[in-house]
Design a protein around this ligand. Structure first.
Ligand code: N01
Length: 545
C-alpha cells in the first residue's frame, strides 16, 4: 500500500534506506501495512551513499553481499568483482529499490530527530528535521552500525584553509589529489583503503596513526560470467553455510587447532590463508584463533613477520605493527597499504609519540611541531552501534529516555528490542552479531516482521522484552566477549566494538560475539515459542453495544 509523503498516520515507521531499512520496508509493506520510511541521505544506499571515498569497497564476498530472499533477484544480479566497489554496491541497492518499488515509501533528505511513545494511544510519534510529525503503531530502525561520523577532538579544524573531507561524508564530485600535500587521520578500514588508493595520486601523503591495525590482503579479482553461473547453481549450499557461520560467511569452520598443528604445517596454512585474503586468515586457517589467546598470538606473530617483509624500514614496520590481538579491532582488508610506506612521498606520524595538539591555518600541529597540508582527510570513524540512536531523542513508556537507559551501555533482548519501548524494533542494532551485514539484516528484518504478524494474528497491540530478558541478554553478550581473547576489553584495542574509540562514551560490549548462526538459532527459538521473553499488551477488543 503506497503512502503519499504527506500521510501522517501509518502502521509502521522505518528509518534507513540501507540493507536493513530497505528489507524491513519490503517485508512490512508485503504484509499490507502502510509504511512511512525516512533517510537522511538523498536516496537509497545507507552507508554506501555516504562512504564514497576513493578505494571504498566491501570486503565481504560478492555472492553473499546481497539479499537471499528472492531467487530471481539473486539470479539476475551479478557483481563484477569479488569485493565489489562502492558504486556497484550502491547500484545493487538501487536495483533492489527499483525492482520492488520501495522508494515510494521513503522521504529522503530527512532525519528523524525524535521518537516518543504515546502510551495512551499506543503509538510512536516521530518528528523530523523538516518539522513533520508522523505516528505509527510500529517503529523499526535500520540505522546502520557505522552511520554517526566522528570528528577529531583537537581544536581549530575550522581555521584550516585547505580542503577537509571526512571519509563518511565524501563529496559527490571527484576530489583532485594531484600534487597536493595530503594528511589522512585514522587507520581503520576507511583510512587504509584510502591510503592504498591515493598514495600514487598525491604530491605527498602523511598518515596520522593513533592505533596500528592488522591489515589483511584482499581476495579481490574480477568475477566472470561462468563463475557467476556456477555460484547460482550452488546457492542452496552457499546460503545454508551463511546461516550457520559465526560471521555469516559461505564457509565451514575449520576443525584443526593452531596450537596442535606442527610449526611448519601451521606456517603453510597461515601463508595459504593470508594469500586467500580478507577474513580467510581469521576464519579459515584454524579453529582456535578467536577463542585461544596463545593461538591468536601465533597469528599475530605471523602477521608481524609479514609486515616486516612488506615495509622496507624496520623502525616504520614496528610502528605499523599492532600490539592488540588479531580481530580485537575489525581487521581491514586492502592491498598495498603497508607497501605504500615504502614510497618516498608517504610518511607516518605516530600519534602515541606525538599527539595532535591543534589544527592550524596551514595544517596540523603535533607535540613535535607543525605539518603543512593542502588537504586533510578525516578517516576518524564513527560513534558506532549506539551513536545513531543516542544522537536522536527516543522516549518509551513513562518517558524512559533511551540515552539514559543505555548510559552504561546498550541493554536489549537479542539486539532486536528494548524493555520499555513497545513495538520499537532494531535491525542490526546494538547487541546483534558483527557479521556479513546483508544476511544478518535480512534475518533480523524477517524476524521483526514475523513478530508483528504474530501480534496482529493474536490480538496483541504491542510487545517489548522484559527487563529480565534484556539483563540476561546483556549478561550473555558480556560473558561471551569477556571469554574471547580479542573481544575482551582487556585486548585494549581502542575498538569501536566497545565504544572505546569515543571520548567520554561508556565502554561496553556492544556486540553479541556468539556469532550470526547462534543468534539466528536463538531468534528462531524465541519466535517458535511465541515470544516468551516479551511482555505483551493486548489489543482492546470492542464490546458489543
Ligand atoms: O573507522 P575506524 P573506519 N585522532 O573506527 C582514528 C566499516 N568499514 O571508518 O583506533 C586521531 O575503524 C582511530 O584511531 P583509534 C568496518 O566495519 C568497512 O575506518 O580509535 N585518530 C582509527 O584509526 C569498519 O571497522 C569497510 O585509536 C583518530 C580511525 O581513526 C568500520 O566501518 C570500509 C581520532 C577510525 O577507524 C569503521 O571504519 C570502511 C582522533 N581524534 C569502513 N579519532 C570495508 O572494507 C579516531 N581516530 C568493508
Amino acid at each position: 500500500m503506497a503512502q503519499a509523503p504527506n500521510v501522517r498516520e501509518v502502521d509502521a515507521i522505518v528509518i534507513g534506506a540501507g540493507f536493513s531499512g530497505l528489507h524491513a520496508t519490503k517485508r512490512l509493506t508485503d504484509m499490507g501495512l502502510s509504511v512511512r520510511a525516512f533517510d537522511a541521505a538523498e536516496g537509497v544506499g545507507g552507508v554506501w551513499t555516504w562512504n564514497r571515498y576513493p578505494g571504498a569497497r566491501t570486503d565481504s564476498l560478492h555472492m553473499t553481499y546481497c539479499y537471499s530472499f528472492d531467487r530471481d533477484l539473486l539470479n539476475e544480479w551479478g557483481y563484477s568483482e569479488v569485493n565489489p566497489r562502492q558504486p556497484e554496491v550502491l547500484a545493487y541497492l538501487r536495483h533492489v529499490a527499483d525492482r520492488f518499488d520501495l522508494e515510494q515509501y521513503y522521504t529522503f533528505g530527512t532525519s528523524v530527530t525524535s521518537a516518543v511513545y504515546d502510551e495512551a494511544a499506543g503509538r510512536w510519534v516521530i518528528e523530523t528535521d523538516h518539522g513533520e510529525t508522523v505516528s505509527a503503531t510500529y517503529f523499526v530502525t535500520g540505522l546502520g552500525l557505522v552511520s554517526a561520523p566522528l570528528q577529531p577532538t583537537a581544536p581549530g579544524l575550522e581555521k584550516f584553509r585547505g580542503e577537509v573531507h571526512h571519509t563518511a561524508r565524501w563529496p559527490h564530485h571527484e576530489v583532485d589529489f594531484a600534487g597536493k600535500r595530503v594528511a589522512v587521520i585514522g587507520t581503520g578500514s576507511s583510512g587504509v583503503q584510502l591510503v592504498a588508493t591515493i598514495a600514487d595520486r598525491v604530491g605527498s601523503l602523511t598518515v596520522f596513526q593513533r592505533t596500528a591495525n592488522w591489515v589483511a590482503k584482499t581476495p579481490n579479482r574480477p568475477v566472470g560470467a561462468a563463475e557467476l553461473d556456477e555460484i547460482r547453481q550452488d546457492y542452496d549450499t552457499i546460503w545454508k553455510r551463511v546461516r550457520h557461520h559465526p560471521a555469516g560467511w559461505p564457509w565451514e569452520m575449520p576443525t584443526r587447532s593452531a596450537l596442535e598443528t606442527p610449526p611448519d604445517e601451521r606456517e603453510r596454512v597461515f601463508e595459504q590463508q593470508f594469500e586467500e585474503g580478507g577474513f580467510a586468515l581469521l576464519y579459515n586457517a584454524f579453529s582456535d584463533l578467536s577463542t585461544d589467546k596463545a593461538a591468536n598470538d601465533l597469528l599475530c606473530d605471523f602477521m608481524r613477520r609479514k609486515i616486516q617483509e612488506m615495509v622496507d624500514d624496520p623502525e616504520l614496520a614496528a610502528k605499523l605493527t599492532p600490539t592488540h590481538p588479531y580481530g580485537a579491532k575489525r581487521p581491514p582488508t586492502t592491498d598495498g597499504y603497508y607497501q605504500a610506506f615504502n614510497k618516498p612521498n608517504v610518511g607516518l606520524v605516530d600519534l602515541r609519540e606525538t599527539p595532535i595538539e591543534a589544527f592550524t591555518e596551514n595544517g596540523i600541529r603535533t607535540s613535535a611541531g607543525e605539518h603543512e597540508f593542502d588537504m586533510i582527510v578525516l578517516a576518524t570513524g564513527f560513534d558506532a552501534i549506539t551513536g545513531a540512536f543516542t544522537r536522536m531523542q527516543i522516549r518509551g513508556v513513562g518517558g524512559r529516555d533511551l540515552n539514559e537507559y543505555w548510559s552504561d551501555g546498550p541493554k536489549t533482548y537479542l539486539g532486536l528490542a528494548v524493555p520499555g519501548f513497545p513495538n520499537m524494533f532494531t535491525v542490526a542494532g546494538p547487541q546483534t552479531p558483527f557479521s556479513n551485514l546483508p544476511p544478518g539484516a535480512q534475518a533480523q528484518g524477517s524476524w521483526i516482521s514475523d513478530a508483528i504478524s504474530w501480534m496482529r494474528e493474536h490480538d496483541q497491540a504491542a510487545m517489548h522484552p522484559t527487563e529480565a530478558a534484556a539483563e540476561g541478554w546483556t549478561a550473555l553478550c558480556n560473558e561471551i566477549a569477556e571469554s574471547l581473547p580479542a573481544t575482551s576489553v582487556a585486548a585494549d584495542a581502542n575498538s569501536w566494538f566497545t565504544g572505546a574509540n569515543v571520548e567520554g562514551k561508556a565502554v561496553a560490549y556492544n556486540i553479541y560475539f556468539g556469532g550470526h548462526g547462534s543468534h539466528a538459532d536463538l531468534c528462531d527459538e524465541e519466535a517458535a515459542s511465541e515470544y516468551p521473553s516479551f511482555a505483551k499488551i493486548p489489543a482492546l477488543v470492542e464490546q458489543p453495544a
